[in-house]
Ligand binder design. Structure first.
Ligand code: B12
Ligand code: SF4
Length: 457
C-alpha cells in the first residue's frame, strides 16, 4: 500500500521545556486511515530528531507522499525539510496554521511543494490524497491550494463525527509537561472555534464558529486514552473550553461518576468561570487553568480587543485559587500605547494576582491576525528570534515600533522573568511544594540559562 508520512518538523535552536502531541496530525492520520490509507507520523521534536536525522528517517521509509505541518515559527524548518525530501517522494504537501494563514505565499517561499492545505483537513484531504496516490489528481477540493489556485480554509461542520486522533501512531511515551512530571500525557480538543476577535489571534484553521463535542464523546476519548495508552494527565487545548458551562459541568460529572483518576489542565477565558463550575472542575481532577490575562491596563485590553475587564481577570484568578486550582497567566509585553513602566506594572499585577506561573510573550503579529494587517500598514512588522524563553523558531513575527525596539523588548522580557520567578517568596513557595524542588531546579536552570544568554547578547 502507498506510504503517507505526516511530519511535525524539528524545532531549531531552543530546546523547549514542553513536548506536546501534535493533535492536528493525529486527527488527520485517523481520517486518512478511515479512508483506507496507511499513514505514519514522525513527530520530530518528540523524537529528538534534527533536520538531518528526520530527513534520513523519512527518506528511508520510501514515502509516496509526505505531509508536513507548520505553524509560522516553524515554517522555515518545514521548508528546509521539504527541500531535503523533494528527491525522495512523489507528493509533498504543507498544512497547518502557517499555510492556512498565508495561503499561496508558501509556494514563493518553498517552490518544492506540490500543494498546500488551508483549514481543517479531515473531511476533504483523504479523498484528494487517494486521487494523488492513484496518479490521477482530481479537481482540487476545499482547502487545497496550489501555486496557481487559492482556496478559502476548509471547515469541519461537526467535530463530534470525527474519529479520535490516531494515538497509536504517535510516540505517546515521549510527551511531557512540567505540570505533570513523570505522567503519561495526552491532549484533547473538546470543541473547536471561537467567535471572539482578539487582535493577535490567528483563527485561520479552526475559524470563528464555536463547535462543541458532547461530554459523552469527550469522556469516551479520555477513557480510551487512559485504558489503552496509560494516559493519566490531560490537557485541553480548546480555544473556548469553558464557555458552555453546562457542557463542562456534565463532563466533570461523567469523569467523577466513572471514577477516573486523572489530572488535567485547560485554558479558559476569565469571563467564563464561576464558583460552582470551578468546584466541579476541581473535583473532576482539574489542577491548572491558564487564563489569557495579557495586561494590567484596561486601555491595553481594549486595544487588543480582548473583550475583558481587568476586574473580571482579578475575580476569575481569585475564584480559581479559592477552588484550589493553580493558575497560569499568559501576559503580553510590548503593546503599542503601553510604555516600559506600564509593562513593569503588568509584571507587578501578575505578582499581586498570586499567579502560580506566568508566561510572558512579546506581542507578535502572526499572519492571519488583524494585528498582522495593522503591523504591515504601520511598518511595524519584523521577523527575528523571539525574545522570551518559550518563543522559538527562526521566523517569529515581531512587532517593532518606534518605541518598542528589539533591544527594549529584550530588556523588558528578561526583567519580567527575573522579577516574577526569582522572588524569594516565589522560590520558597515552589521549593516547599511536593515535587516543587525538582520542578524549580529544572525550570529554574532553564530560565537561568536563558537569562545569562540575554545578558551576553
Ligand atoms: C496546542 C497548541 C500549541 C502547543 C502544541 C502545538 C502542536 N504541536 O500542536 C504548544 C503549547 C507547544 C504551542 C506553542 C506555540 N503556539 Co500554539 N497552539 C496550539 C493550539 C491551541 C491548538 C493546536 C491544535 O491542536 N489545533 C487543532 C488542530 C485540529 O489544528 P491543526 O494542528 O492546525 O491541524 C489541522 C489543520 O491545520 C490541518 N493540517 C495540519 N497539518 C497538516 C498537514 C497536512 C499535510 C495537511 C494536508 C493538513 C494539515 O489539518 C489538521 C486537522 O484539521 C492552536 C490554536 C488552534 N485552535 O489551532 C495554537 C496555535 C497553533 N499556536 C500558535 C502560536 C503562535 C504558538 C507559539 C508561537 C506561541 C509562543 N509561545 O510563542 C508557540 C510555537 C509553537 C510551534 N511549535 O511552532 C498560533 C499559530 C499562528 C501561526 N500563524 O503560526 C495558534 C494558531 C494560536 C492562535 N490562535 O493564534 N501551541
Ligand atoms: S485569543 Fe482566545 S478568546 Fe481571543 S479570539 Fe483567540 S481563541 Fe478566541
Amino acid at each position: 500500500m502507498a506510504k503517507i508520512i505526516l511530519v511535525n518538523p524539528p524545532i531549531p535552536g531552543k530546546n523547549p521545556s514542553l513536548r506536546i502531541p501534535c493533535l492536528g496530525l493525529g486527527y488527520l492520520a485517523a481520517a486518512l486511515r478511515q479512508a483506507g490509507l496507511d499513514p505514519r507520523i514522525i513527530d520530530s521534536p518528540a523524537l529528538g530528531l534534527d533536520h538531518g536525522a528526520a530527513a534520513r528517517q523519512i527518506a528511508g521509509l520510501k514515502p509516496d507522499m509526505v505531509g508536513i505541518t507548520a505553524t509560522t515559527p516553524l515554517s522555515d524548518s518545514a521548508y528546509r525539510l521539504a527541500k531535503a525530501l523533494r528527491p525522495h517522494t512523489r507528493w509533498l504537501i504543507l498544512g497547518g496554521a502557517h499555510p492556512s494563514a498565508v495561503g499561496r505565499r508558501i509556494f514563493a517561499q518553498c517552490p518544492e511543494l506540490d500543494y498546500g492545505f488551508r483549514g481543517e483537513a479531515e473531511e476533504s484531504f483523504p479523498a484528494f490524497a487517494k486521487t494523488l496516490l492513484d496518479g490521477k489528481p482530481g479537481p482540487l477540493p476545499p482547502g487545497i491550494i496550489s501555486a496557481e489556485r487559492d482556496s478559502p480554509p476548509a471547515s469541519i461542520a461537526d467535530p463530534e463525527k470525527l474519529p479520535f486522533p490516531a494515538w497509536d501512531l504517535m510516540p505517546m511515551g515521549r510527551y511531557r509537561h512540567p505540570v505533570f512530571p513523570g505522567e503519561r500525557l495526552a491532549t484533547l480538543l473538546s470543541s473547536r472555534g471561537c467567535p471572539y476577535q482578539c487582535i493577535f489571534c490567528d483563527k485561520s484553521v479552526c475559524g470563528s464558529k464555536y463547535r462543541p463535542r458532547s461530554p459523552e464523546s469527550v469522556l469516551a476519548e479520555i477513557a480510551a486514552l487512559n485504558s489503552k495508552h496509560g494516559a493519566t494527565a490531560f490537557m485541553f487545548y480548546d480555544d473556548l473550553f469553558s464557555s458552555d458551562r453546562a457542557r463542562v459541568i456534565e463532563l466533570c460529572r461523567l469523569i467523577i461518576s466513572r471514577g477516573l483518576k486523572i489530572r488535567w489542565k485547560c485554558e479558559c477565558r476569565a469571563n467564563t468561570v464561576d464558583d460552582e463550575l470551578l468546584a466541579w472542575m476541581k473535583q473532576a481532577g482539574c489542577v491548572q487553568i491558564a487564563f489569557g490575562i495579557e495586561t494590567a491596563h484596561q486601555r491595553g485590553l481594549d486595544w487588543l480587543r480582548k473583550g475583558l475587564k481587568v476586574e473580571q481577570v482579578q475575580e476569575a484568578v481569585a475564584k480559581t485559587k479559592k477552588a484550589g486550582i493553580k493558575v497560569l497567566g499568559y501576559l503580553m509585553l510590548g503593546i503599542p500605547g503601553e510604555d516600559y513602566d506600564e509593562e513593569l506594572q503588568t509584571v507587578e499585577f501578575a505578582i499581586a494576582l498570586g499567579l502560580d506561573y506566568a508566561q510572558f510573550a512579546s506581542l507578535s503579529p502572526f499572519p492571519g491576525t488583524p494585528l498582522y494587517d495593522l503591523a504591515q500598514e504601520k511598518g511595524w512588522y519584523r521577523e527575528g528570534p523571539g525574545p522570551a524563553p518559550e518563543e522559538y523558531g527562526d521566523t517569529r513575527p515581531l512587532l517593532i515600533t518606534d518605541y518598542w525596539t528589539a533591544e527594549r523588548l529584550r530588556r523588558i522580557m528578561s526583567q519580567a522573568y527575573r522579577r516574577f520567578y526569582f522572588r524569594p517568596g516565589y522560590l520558597l513557595k515552589t521549593a516547599l511544594r511536593p515535587s516543587g524542588f525538582l520542578d524549580l531546579a529544572r525550570s529554574g536552570l532553564r530560565l537561568l540559562g536563558w537569562l545569562f544568554a540575554q545578558l551576553r547578547a
